[in-house]
Design a protein around this ligand. Structure first.
Ligand code: CA
Ligand code: CA
Length: 295
């Protein structure tokens, strides 16, 4: 199986990035990733003073998907996720919703054994591994791996997890898929600034599809369809996530506009993904079975 090692990292999603390998549609590829501090905080005793900010939020890749052309969509099935042995959690002077509550920064290194994360002797939590950053190259320019936009990027969506299918629009030849920033677990909203930041490996099946024309990220799991939208504010992201779901229900599933709007009113759940990145992300979730009943 083809593998992208973590020595190949990028800090911007861009058409200018040189692909590190190419795959055919339908191939499975393994991505090895760093944590969002590129391992700099893993040695016991290191602090943010030891962190070179140039090397934050790396994404591994990019991978060129043969025959992927602008207007196509990459269907990415997350077959497997594996986490490293230590996750980093920090709280303090950061841009999160708890800004101002802490005078200093505290860093914890939490061990992951099997599927359990150990906070301390009393609290152990089952991990919920997710991919924070995953995207294609944008149509124009370079977008920092800190930022989520229509190409994906730093969406920090808990639903981008093992078993899920992510759909990303292709804006440039080959798509140029890259990913990183795994979290062992993260509360919805990423309110304090981070999840449990951790390195790992993801095994993805990548396919080029042409029957779904979406220009923004979408997620499918066993039970739901989801849009993930970005905006400068939560208001903007929320409206966009809803409008994109409406567009998806009417154009892709062929639902009548009134049915689609009313379905969103009845069962569309709007959920905050994160409030701490340069653009905020919000998703809308709709149960699949309800869509099928209205077709
Ligand atoms: Ca992130
Ligand atoms: Ca992160």
């Amino acid at each position: 199986m083809k593998k992208v090692t973590r020595k190949d990292v990028i800090y911007q999603m861009s058409a200018e990035n040189k692909p590190v390998l190419s795959v055919d549609s339908g191939e499975t590829v393994v991505f090895e990733t760093y944590d969002c501090y590129q391992g700099q905080l893993l040695p016991e005793g290191t602090t943010f003073q030891d962190v070179n900010r140039k090397f934050t939020n790396p994404a591994t890749g990019p991978v060129y998907v043969n025959d992927a052309k602008p207007g196509d969509v990459l269907k990415i099935t997350i077959e497997k996720m594996e986490l490293g042995p230590v996750g980093i959690l920090d709280i303090g002077k950061n841009p999160g919703a708890l800004k101002g509550f802490f005078d200093s920064v505290t860093i914890k290194r939490l061990s992951v054994v099997g599927d359990m994360l150990k906070y301390n002797d009393r609290l152990q939590i089952k991990t919920k591994p997710m991919i924070g950053v995953i995207g294609t190259a944008p149509a124009e320019g370079a977008v920092s791996t800190m930022t989520p936009m229509d190409h994906g990027g730093n969406m920090d969506c808990t639903r981008i997890e093992e078993g899920a299918i992510l759909y990303l629009p292709v804006f440039v030849d080959g798509g140029l898929l890259a990913l990183g920033d795994f979290h062992a677990i993260m509360g919805e909203g990423e309110v304090g600034n981070c999840g449990v930041e951790i390195e790992g490996e993801a095994t993805l099946k990548v396919e080029v599809i042409r029957d779904m024309k979406v220009t923004f990220p979408m997620i499918e799991n066993e039970d739901q369809w989801m849009t993930v939208a970005y905006g400068e504010t939560l208001d903007e992201a929320a409206k966009k996530a809803t409008a994109q779901m409406f567009q998806f229900l009417t154009e892709y599933h062929g639902l009548d506009a009134v049915d689609a709007g009313m379905l969103i009113d009845m069962v569309g759940d709007l959920i905050i993904c994160q409030i701490v990145n340069p653009m905020k992300t919000v998703r809308m979730e709709i149960p699949k079975w309800t869509i099928e009943k209205l077709k």
